[in-house]
Design a binder for this molecule. Structure first.
Ligand code: FES
Length: 123
């Protein structure tokens, strides 16, 4: 039986790219991306958010200087310098309740944001 689409209400990508040491752009893995990814996965499981929310690793998101870089779709909200300690707030505020964490945003709010943001179903 085919899955219904869209399969996820929110889809989180955490950059896990790794570069050779000394590379001028740096990389998210050396800045702690693995801990960020693990905390997202842990909370999604603990809060029983599957399959409405999926958090997964990605390759380079091309915002390396802002890493650890995370992006949440469908709103396309980008987060910068995310640490494992920030993940609980992103999950509860943004992923569950539809309110992005402003202090961690990499780019300013866009005019269409509020129309796209809402709590997930049955939150
Ligand atoms: S290395 Fe993470 S955005 Fe490029």
């Amino acid at each position: 039986m085919a899955k219904e689409f869209p399969p996820y209400e929110r889809h989180v990508f955490i950059c896990m790219n790794e570069r050779e040491s000394g590379h001028p752009r740096g990389d998210c893995k050396s800045k702690g991306a693995e801990g960020v990814l693990l905390r997202f996965k842990e909370l999604v499981a603990q809060k029983k958010l599957k399959p409405r929310i999926r958090a997964q690793k990605s390759g380079c998101l091309d915002t390396c200087e802002l890493g650890v870089s995370v992006v949440v779709y469908p709103e396309a909200v980008w987060y910068k310098q995310v640490s494992p300690a920030d993940v609980d707030e992103i999950v509860e505020s943004h992923l569950v309740n539809g309110v992005p964490v402003e202090r961690l945003r990499a780019f300013p709010t866009t005019p269409g944001d509020s129309a796209k943001l809402s709590p997930i179903g049955n939150a």
